[in-house]
Design a protein around this ligand. Structure first.
Ligand code: SF4
Length: 280
């Protein structure tokens, strides 16, 4: 058994919230560079250049990449050989978010109740997804999620007979309906299979995948390629002002499902696709 102090989790989460809101991962920076070369519309290129300039200023001057610093979505894979010492793990995670958002001067965007809507003033609580895995490590991903794009995300409970064509139509419908509201160029996370909640969780998790990583499943790989091409042919473009680059990538996860269903979730992320990953 390995002991991990919960105060260490708090320290890591605090740093990760600040890092995620000021620096995008290197794969995101690379797709930006490629997009500038690919974009045919002069206005689209200009917007991409401005977004890249914004990224540079954010990192150099420690100003958040976007005013919407998101709701803190956190994936924790805890090794079953780990013993957490020092109190509640969930409290430790939320304390890390609180410290990160307060100390990092990040916008506090969370309301305590969805109807009464009083701001919690420290961006807690986080949305935490726990998974127990083999081993003695703790794998943490912090992915602050902006709601311009979150609001445009969809779940489709398709029939099995809808098949792969139904899946393609669902993805395109979600992206078309999102249009400029999702702050394109987007990263499109898709979950296929499972249940209502499982496909949504896969779609969210798919957004944290390295954009250069290729799916190990051949038909998924083909689908990702085909959908990226179809989405970029929609002409929504950077900032929604027209152009070739509507999405940087389509990342798909799949899971077994019930004989009577074909759930599909499309979680759209904007060009500020933030995620920081650490293993302790
Ligand atoms: S959707 Fe993304 S780019 Fe748009 S306001 Fe929210 S965080 Fe910022």
């Amino acid at each position: 058994m390995r002991s991990v102090k919960t105060e260490e989790i708090t320290r890591q989460i605090r740093e990760m919230c600040i890092e995620a809101n000021h620096f995008l991962s290197s794969d995101m920076k690379e797709v930006f560079d490629q997009a500038v070369k690919k974009e045919e519309s002069p206005l689209g290129r200009q917007i991409l250049n401005q977004l890249e300039e914004n990224l540079k200023i954010a990192g150099e001057d420690m100003i958040p990449i976007c005013q919407d610093t998101g709701m803190a979505v956190i994936f924790i894979k805890a090794g079953q050989e780990v013993h957490f010492e020092g109190g509640s793990l969930t409290d430790a995670v939320n304390e890390g978010v609180r410290q990160g958002y307060v100390d990092g001067y990040l916008r506090k965007s969370v309301v305590r109740d969805p109807i009464e809507r009083e701001n919690t003033k420290d961006n807690t609580p986080a949305i935490i997804h726990y998974e127990i895995v083999e081993g003695d490590q703790v794998d943490i991903t912090v992915a602050p999620k902006g709601f311009g794009s979150e609001n445009m995300s969809r779940v489709f409970m398709l029939k099995p007979a809808d098949g792969i064509e139904g899946v393609k139509e669902a993805i395109l419908t979600a992206v078309k309906d999102a249009g400029p509201n999702a702050c394109p160029p987007m990263v499109v996370g898709v979950g296929i299979g499972g249940t209502f909640e499982k496909c949504a969780l896969m779609a969210k998790h798919a957004l944290t995948r390295n954009l250069h990583e290729i799916s190990p499943v051949p038909y998924v790989r083909e689908l990702e390629k085909e959908m990226l091409e179809k989405i970029n042919n929609l002409g929504i473009g950077p900032g929604g002002l027209g152009g070739r680059v509507t999405a940087f990538a389509v990342n798909i996860e799949t899971y077994p499902t019930h004989i009577a269903g074909l759930p599909v979730a499309v979680n759209i992320c904007c060009h500020v696709n933030r995620h920081v990953h650490r293993v302790i």
